[in-house]
Write a protein of this length. Sequence first.
Length: 170
Amino acid sequence: MSKDPAGHGPHLTHLDASGKAAMVDVGDKAESERIAEAEGVVLMQPETLALIEGGETKKGDVIGVARIAGIMAAKRTHELIPLCHALMLSKIAVEITPEPALPGLRVTATAKLTGRTGVEMEALTAVSVACLTIYDMAKAVDRTMEITGIRLLAKSGGRSGDFRREAGEK
């Protein structure tokens, strides 16, 4: 959050002085390298995880398709989230890791660019859509799956500075 236009307490940046939704003007901001990392988890039955890892689902390579879906979603974030700027990403990476102890799949996304606004929403969108794709591709065998823990892990660059979630921090 930043200060309100009069310099007082915190306010939401996507609201103008009269409280109406508005796109933030980033024209006066300096370009800088900006990176954001987000994560989410899809919890599932152990048998479902085994099917996905073995490539035995009827819909094919769940992890590969979900990775591509996450990348595609990050590139279209501005079409999905009102008031987001269209960004020229220099990188979007989506990793999906099986974790038998959960059991489930951990999805992480890293978004990067050199620009005037951050890439947190692109990383979070990539994770969200990758998790939804996993659910869609495996729902025929496990309707008890749960998408959880979608959150920003870290961001760097820009006026607001760096942020890193501490291990175990909610």
